[in-house]
Design a protein around this ligand. Sequence first.
Ligand code: PSU
Ligand code: MN
Length: 305
Amino acid sequence: MTIPMTFSAEVQAARDAGTAIVALESTIITHGMPFPQNVETARLVEQDVRDAGATPATIAVIDGTLHIGLEADELDALGQAEHVAKLSRADIAACIAIGGTGATTVAATMIAAHLAGIAVSATGGIGGVHRGAETTFDISADLHELAQTPVTVVAAGAKAILELNKTYEVLETLGVPVIAFGQDCLPAFWSRTSDMPAPLRMDTARDIATAQIVRNVMGLPGGQLVCNPIPAADEIPAADLAPIIEKALAEAAAQGISAKAVTPFLLDRILTLTEGRSLTANVALVRNNARLAAAIARELGGIAG
Ligand code: PSU
Ligand code: MN
């Protein structure tokens, strides 16, 4: 059998022309932001990729078919649908098998991108080691995906709701290159800086693209995590957020929120507790990541071609 997979018209055209494509996840649309800002943001992000000279491929499973790129009406429908599944490595094949509909996390987006021959993806923040993981064992499958699937993922770092130090320790153990773009410390999602020195620093899209190709040629599996700091105008200082994150975490614990529900719950509570400021910042950083991902995808095409 073959995997039921379909390409949007613009992605098909880019494939035919051999031009740069950037994969975009869809869990941020269904589980990361409220409607209608989710659809508005997804459109802005897609346009940012186009303006930077690449083609956006937002990924989702719709009625059992893997979509590489969504048409405008499909994006609208996904953004308003209720009870859409959140698909990671563990769920994506089952969803396709039963004809279901679901949004892809970073991990599932990487799997789909690789199947479609796309080497770069953009997101807001990757999943990671959750607070309390020493008892819950809640560690995102995104980390293992980065270790095994050759896609370079541009994010603003791991979200500050996570255990950042433990997240980066796991990535190091798994052999995932963590590259800060243009600065010496890791960014912390809503904030440009953190107290964590970056394991690697690169200043150009070309270096990042070359590093991915060298890994491939060396036979090293997996991708790279590029940590791109949020634009200065949109950042929220870590000190402002810390008490809000603590409150959201305490509420999650009190309500017994667990497993896949944790990340969406925390993002929603932080949105309310920051009176929307976290969402404005989230939109700005995703757009910024989309632009860098497009530049890396273009460089990859130049090097490979
Ligand atoms: N970043 C955001 N919003 C999100 C996510 C990331 O700004 O909604 C999603 C991504 O799809 C990521 C997922 O892969 O959260 C991680 O979920 P979990 O911790 O359950 O693996
Ligand atoms: Mn989890």
